[in-house]
Design a protein around this ligand. Sequence first.
Ligand SMILES: [Zn+2]
Length: 246
Amino acid sequence: MRYPVGNGTQADFDKHWYIASFFGEYRGNYYHSGDDYNLRTGGNTDLGQALRAISDGEILGIDNTSITGFGKQIYLKFKVDGKDYFAGYNHCDSIAVKSGDKVKEGDLLGTLGKSGTTWAHLHFSIKNNANGMDNVPNTKEELAQWENPTLFIKKYLNESEDNNMIEVPSADFEKLVKNSSEYDKFVEAGYSSVNDVKELEQKIKELEAHKCPIIETPEPITELKLKERIEESVEDDVKIIRKYSL
Ligand SMILES: [Zn+2]
């Protein structure tokens, strides 16, 4: 399991995101059914961020006409220990999947938005009961049909070394890395010897196209940021090489 935003890891979530409004808060006549995720940079800077599947599963439904103010919604059905759960992605800007789609953990489902609300954020919920997704809990008893979504993710988070590492098909691997003039440098000296910014910039684009874990920097990309980003990406790149050179 991974977080629905950023590169999915706890480290990335802690570094770039915060919870603006918590699960279970009482709002006068109902309880907040999820956590609201925002980029630390505030405002609408998170508008358009990728929303990804927290787990393998199936798109149970999408909704563009919420009567409860959730805006554009995506519902992902997934299993944990043989039991069905339902993740809700609310206030989306765009939706990239349709009802019935089978998805893999990390797949792009849509983008973070502000539909049905004023400021962009992801209202993220996990329900343990399939009795309707587009509703809110009015009592404590009803609230028990929802999980605390962040605690739930933390409990099942996959923090193994290969977390979010997408296996690149060997043909693509050849194209991406093995035939690169940098190949020996990557393998023998690690990423510190690689200085060709243009080539690495291109490599990042290629890796992103293969859904490899790139740290998403919410700030404008300055030269320093780009360098940090390249170093992080190359580190991932080296992991991929090691994976294939075993
Ligand atoms: Zn919310």
